[in-house]
Design a protein. Sequence first.
Length: 136
Amino acid sequence: MSAYFNVKIDGQVVVINTLGQWSEQVALSFEKEMHRVVPNVSATRFAHLVSFDEWELSTPSVAPIVRRVVGWCVSQGMCVAAEVFSANVLKEYLINKATEEVKDHVTIRRFSSESDARKWLAEMGFETQTTQQLPT
């Protein structure tokens, strides 16, 4: 399976989907895309919604790049993050390592479903177009 990511803006939420096993090159492409997309968020504070369900981990060289991207996002106004993935100890460990330097500056919650994550983001003040269509 090839590695892939998709980054888009939905209101005040940067929505990120990840897929496959990431290499250093994929991580660097992701960093470049984040630097392109995030400045287009029309708010001083924003949230992340990240789906890790299809992510198949990464090579060790990816970790410092992801930590750098996360730190940069916080410096740009990211204050809330919803992470979506099924229970997986290794994924949880790697994601914890990527966010440990910013955990005092960002409210992070984990969910097993995207709809629950979007509902929580709306409760935190970060409504998305998709949230408006979810049943209550």
